[in-house]
Design a protein around this ligand. Structure first.
Ligand SMILES: *Cc1c(COP(=O)(O)O)cnc(C)c1O
Length: 435
């Protein structure tokens, strides 16, 4: 909030960041600017806006005042300098990476990814002529070896899906820095209240705001945040440094009023592909940010309790939640997730595939949906749904197994969540006895 002479802490920023009272009405809440276009004061004013000589509004495909509050607020929460909000998490990942890489270029990505992102990289980016090399996120020599002169970015998720691999962002960013490459981190599972990837060396942070930031499963959206630390003039990114006609012969890095990355993302791919965020959805995400910290705290409390409960259950073969004491990632979690490992975790059900199906068909309170980060508890069987398009080898590399059930724990009373899980586990035992 640059209008204030001092820096606020997180919870204050979540309520006030990026907002100035509406000059006409002094409306306390952020108004929804439900408009496609904005009047120009004169032809000179219009020209100056079009050539990005001054900040302002032209058309809501590029910038909208409601979404601008969301962008500034999230940028501030993440410790970045600016952000660009778009219509989905998928479009945020697409635009962030294709702002860096074009046909013939390459990206190196860790292999434990959200299913949609994996598909985007392995199939759609390939059709665009951008090659994504997948590596084991914990194997830094494999990461190093996958980088070549065509590489334009390194991509990881803070917590892998559904294997819950915690990214060692400090180590990955060291490799990225060594090669003059930006590190792009998807922090959807963590949100700025559990982790700020920029503090560990991320250059660009992306979110699916559909998940915890929205928080109630009501709207699809995404956002990218620029840390403002990457040197685009290091020789690897000529598109950022060459003068552009459309910018009055300035280059992106010479624009004084915008971060180079966000300006390029917004006015090239955002403008041309047209994945604009509806201001109403932007407004829902602002509401979400205002309660995010409280919700994340309760998500973590409920999740830890359910994970501990399942770890003791006779019908459960294994539980993977990083903050369980015997988890292989317990130490990494201390560094990267000191406030908790979020609301998503997996467990293996005894009896394998069939028991997993019976369990899911037997839950009553839990919702069987392809989503995470809702205020309601969600459940899915990744092998037959979100990750079913992957080959058996790809499933294994990603951390998907046949007996694996993924939970996204919500904000219901934890006793009620437990009771529903318990009765469904009983049914899965009975089913396996019948066979
Ligand atoms: C959901 C999700 C996405 C995609 O976001 P959408 O809003 O569904 O397009 C990307 N990354 C992660 C980690 C996600 O959970």
């Amino acid at each position: 909030m640059d209008e204030h002479p001092y820096t606020f802490k997180c919870n204050t920023v979540a309520q006030h960041g990026g907002q100035e009272l509406d000059p006409l009405t002094n409306a306390r809440a952020v108004p929804i600017y439900q408009t496609a276009s904005y009047g120009f004061k004169s032809t000179d004013h219009a020209a100056s806006l079009f050539q990005m000589q001054e900040e302002g509004y032209i058309y809501s495909r590029n910038v909208n005042p409601t979404n601008r509050v969301l962008e500034k607020r999230l940028a501030e929460l993440e410790g970045g300098i600016d952000a660009f909000a778009v219509s989905s998490g998928q479009s945020a990942v697409t635009i962030a990476l294709l702002t860096l890489a074009k046909v013939g270029d390459e990206i190196v990505a860790t292999n434990a990814l959200y299913g949609g992102t994996y598909n985007l990289f392995a199939e759609t980016f390939k059709r665009f002529g951008v090659t994504v090399r997948f590596v084991d996120g914990g194997n830094f020599s494999e990461l190093e070896d996958a980088i070549n002169e065509k590489t334009k970015a390194i991509f990881t998720e803070t917590i892998g899906n559904p294997g819950l691999q915690i990214a060692d962002i400090k180590m990955i960013s060291k490799v990225a820095r060594h090669h003059g490459l930006p590190l792009v981190v998807d922090s959807t599972f963590t949100t700025p209240f559990l982790q700020k990837p920029i503090e560990f060396g991320a250059d660009i942070v992306v979110h699916s705001t559909t998940k915890f930031i929205g928080g109630h499963g009501t709207a699809i959206g995404g956002i990218m945040v620029d840390a403002g630390k990457f040197n685009w003039a290091n020789g690897n990114f000529p598109e950022f440094t060459e003068p552009k006609k459309s910018l009055n012969n300035q280059s992106y890095i010479n624009l004084s009023n915008a971060s180079a990355f966000i300006a390029k993302a917004r006015f090239e791919l955002g403008h041309d592909l047209g994945t604009a965020l509806s201001p109403f959805h932007g407004w829902l995400f602002i509401q979400g940010l205002e309660s995010l910290s409280l919700r994340m705290k309760q998500h973590v409390i409920n999740t830890q309790k359910i994970a501990e409960y399942l770890a003791e259950h006779s019908q459960v073969a294994w539980v993977n939640y990083p903050t369980l004491k015997n988890n292989t990632q317990y130490e990494l979690a201390k560094t990267y997730l000191p406030k908790g490992a979020g609301a998503i975790f997996t467990f293996g059900i005894k009896g394998g595939y069939e028991s997993a199906k019976t369990f899911i068909n037997s839950v009553k309170l839990l919702s069987h949906v392809a989503n995470v980060g809702d205020s309601k508890t969600l459940v899915i069987h990744p092998a037959s749904t979100t990750h079913s398009r992957l080959s058996p080898e790809e499933q294994l590399a990603t951390g998907v197994t046949k007996d694996q059930i993924r939970l996204s724990i919500g904000l219901e009373d934890v006793e009620d969540i437990k009771a529903d899980i318990d009765q469904a586990l009983q049914k899965s035992v009975e089913a396996s006895l019948v066979e």
